[in-house]
Design a protein around this ligand. Sequence first.
Ligand SMILES: Cc1cc2nc3c(=O)[nH]c(=O)nc-3n(C[C@H](O)[C@H](O)[C@H](O)COP(=O)(O)OP(=O)(O)OC[C@H]3O[C@@H](n4cnc5c(N)ncnc54)[C@H](O)[C@@H]3O)c2cc1C
Length: 467
Amino acid sequence: MAIQPARIRVLNDVPPRDGADAVLYLMQQSMRVPFNPALELAVEEANRLKLPLLVCFGLLDGANGFPEANARHYAFLLQGLADAAAALETRGVAFLVRRGTPAEVAIDLSERAALLVLDRGYLAIQKEWYGAIERKAKCRIVQVEGDVVVPVETASTKHEYAARTLRPKLQKIWDDFLEPLEPRKVENPAGGLIKRLKLKDGLDVSDPDRLLSELTLDTTVGPVKRFRGGYTEAAGRLESFLQDAFAGYGAGRNRPEAGAASHMSPYLHFGHISPVEIALAIRAAEDGDRDDRSAYLEELIVRRELAMNHVFHTQGYDDYARAVPEWARKTLAEHAEDERPTLYSEEELAEGKTRDHYWNVAMREMRETGYMHNQLRMYWGKKILEWSPSPEEAFARTLRLNNRYFLDGRDANSFTNVAWIFGLHDRPWQTRKIFGSVRYQSENSLRKFDAKAYERAVTRLCEAEGD
Ligand SMILES: Cc1cc2nc3c(=O)[nH]c(=O)nc-3n(C[C@H](O)[C@H](O)[C@H](O)COP(=O)(O)OP(=O)(O)OC[C@H]3O[C@@H](n4cnc5c(N)ncnc54)[C@H](O)[C@@H]3O)c2cc1C
């Protein structure tokens, strides 16, 4: 299948460079080999120009590290890079991982490249890198969207009010984007290219544990055993989910103990799997019925791409004053002086030292295993709003904790869902203390599922982390 033109943006008018050594692809958002349209476009271009393909990656650490990333995130990322390195080698594509920002690495290598292919993410830091590349790389630059089903600007040209306004726009066109992507044959294998071109400073990513130990990172939040990074792991998990847990997703997705979640979010965040690949697998699943399929596609496409829409259109998506809608800030401000019967420090929250037993259990799952079910994330966030001295402080704390402990943190989904706690993409509800007319969630919501079974599952998972 051809790569849909709506996924492709040519960022400058420069023709491919004559006499170049290779076509260059900066792998950044789509950290995988299968189902990666940026990679396949780069292979097509390399074949057309009769050149080998060089893929590069910029690894940040120390003072220069990726904002809010810690050893937990890096362990997962490096596992994914090892997986991608092996798959690229099998396909005859060279892979160079260097220390530096993705922009620095790509700009340097682009000096001898016929053209530079980028993939695409929407966080502010990614936009900064693309901006620097556009200003400084003196070759043709093409960007390919591969981590949403419907490209963000094709889905909608404005900040959407809620899922109900974006849903029909997506549903009308998503079939056009739900197509398989076959790997193109690499006609000019790159064997020995890095040596031949004398490209220095390449890091060996084949042993992620060793490389992790050599990086300067925040190690106060460590790697988890529950999730291993990389496409191979993601694909294996998807297959098990479809076989063992997908039937009943529609009914079970609101029950954390039901095991109905796919756990795809860390893999989606790191680009270790394509949402198109997941959606196609869901559509083709033999188990599961229409309800299961539409419930899953609602989460994977509508909710996830609503988050992309929000981040794309919101300068300051991590800032309470800009990310939270005006009506919600107004009502929360009107109730800012309401008495807070219970206040906790951020440390008490992080350590799960509240008087709410099941909140502490959920916090333990997050802190020790890097994940929490969506149903509990909502309760978790609403309680932080209730237990913090001000809505502004609650927003900042929720985001910090979210991004520190979740493997899928620091994502468009993180910023959008935290803002949802404070009223984004929602409507006013009945007014009450502290929350004003922002939706409240009480302890009663815990009665809708088997909280004891959930606690047993968390205990098992956390004990396994300690083994
Ligand atoms: C306070 C709060 C914080 C959250 N923080 C994050 C975060 O940091 N990173 C993150 O990826 N998600 C976040 N979410 C959204 C959601 O909880 C997770 O995406 C989901 O729980 C991931 O688990 P899963 O892959 O097993 O989900 P599944 O139920 O198997 O869903 C499949 C996929 O659909 C998407 N999805 C599911 N629920 C949502 C949702 N509410 N919004 C957007 N996309 C969704 C995800 O990509 C998910 O992987 C947050 C939600 C809340 C309420």
